[in-house]
Design a protein around this ligand. Structure first.
Ligand code: AMP
Ligand code: TRP
Length: 330
């Protein structure tokens, strides 16, 4: 039997999953699903790098599981599981901690941005070490491909560096993974500020469309999205707001931006936003409905996650033992 190459990706169970998470990540996972052997992880340990309320976190873990499945991740084709339930992730992270350099982690822009907000001195050590745990997530499964949004590029580059360095020091151990960043929807910007990334943790709900927003809320948010001066529906660096809306439209429908520009020649922002609102509702409404059904059966979701963890542990164990042995811990 031909063995399939592997995909690994993950999302943190914090905040509200939004259109950017769907277009930048989830949608592509679903599309890659048949061609690869897939590991889709709920990275609950990564969520702990900033303070979380345990009650909320518990609920968010199930919600994320429901959203994975409702988006079309099929547990028959993909291993869906929680990071904290496979101890190999933190065990391999330690080995990689001893290969990663302080200088490298200090250059990670996500850490610098997040640490700047609360002051670097007060940031958790976990937040600093976050990219090493992320590298362990992927290398543990010898995944070939990691589908993510644009904001993960630097973490993926570090992951590749760590894999190569380990292989160079101790002998061929890990697959050096490639990243998959989609041509459209890889960096969806905030609806109220096209210079900022659409973010799960934003205090302003109008800045993002949540996957679980009701259709009318989705329409309203798109209708009120910031626009640029002028009237033409064209993408350009001087028009970041309309460029973002065109990118969302393209990512959701698979149509090319020049094709959309042509279709909307002579039409106004109002018409365009109305259509885009419908496109986004058509994309998200079935996912929302399915997720709500799945959330009615929390035990069913927990069972899926536990069955996934069992399968993941089998793969993880053999990679971890190999890495231990290469380093002299056999
Ligand atoms: P996070 O929300 O940080 O857990 O990210 C989960 C996945 O969604 C990662 O693959 C991110 O790159 C992707 N992602 C997060 N925000 C956006 C965004 N605004 N646009 C596109 N992809 C995103
Ligand atoms: N750091 C990623 C994010 O915030 C989430 C993540 C953790 C991840 N481990 C991963 C993504 C492994 C891809 C592969 O988006």
């Amino acid at each position: 039997m031909e063995t399939k190459r592997r995909v690994f990706s993950g999302i943190q169970p914090s905040g509200n999953l939004h259109l950017g998470n769907y277009l930048g990540a989830l949608k592509n996972w679903v599309e890659l699903q048949d061609e690869y052997e897939n590991f889709f992880c709920i990275v609950d340990l990564h969520a702990l790098t900033v303070p979380q309320d345990p009650k909320v976190l518990r609920r968010k873990i199930r919600e994320l599981a429901a959203l994975y499945l409702a988006s079309g991740i099929d547990p028959q084709k993909s291993v869906v599981f929680r990071q904290s339930r496979v101890s190999g992730h933190t065990q391999l992270a330690w080995l990689l901690n001893c290969v990663a350099k302080v200088g490298e982690l200090s250059r990670m822009t996500q850490f610098k941005d997040k640490a700047q907000k609360g002051g670097a001195e007060a940031a958790s050590v976990g937040l600093y070490d976050y990219p090493v745990l992320q590298a362990a997530d992927v290398l543990l499964y010898n995944a070939h491909l990691v589908p993510v949004g644009e904001d993960q590029r630097q973490h993926l580059e570090l992951m590749r560096t760590l894999a190569r360095r380990f292989n160079g020091l101790y002998g061929e151990t890990f697959v050096v993974p490639e990243m998959f960043i989609p041509p459209a929807g890889a960096r969806v910007m905030a609806l109220d500020d096209p210079t900022a990334k659409m973010s799960k943790s934003s205090p302003t709900p109008a800045s993002y469309v949540a996957i679980l927003d009701e259709p009318d809320a989705v329409r309203r948010k798109i209708r009120r999205a910031k626009t640029d001066s002028g009237t033409e529906i064209t993408a350009s660096p001087e028009k970041p707001a309309i460029t973002n809306l065109l990118d969302i439209y393209a990512a959701a429908t698979g149509r090319a931006v020049p094709d959309l520009e042509e279709a909307y020649t002579g039409k106004g922002y109002g018409d365009f936003k109305k259509d885009l609102g419908e496109v986004v509702v058509e994309t998200l409404a079935p996912i929302r409905e399915r997720a709500m059904e799945l959330l009615d059966d929390p035990k069913g979701l927990d069972d899926h996650l536990e069955a996934g963890a069992e399968r993941a542990r089998g793969v993880a164990r053999s990679t971890l033992h190999d890495a231990w042995a290469k380093m002299g811990l056999d």
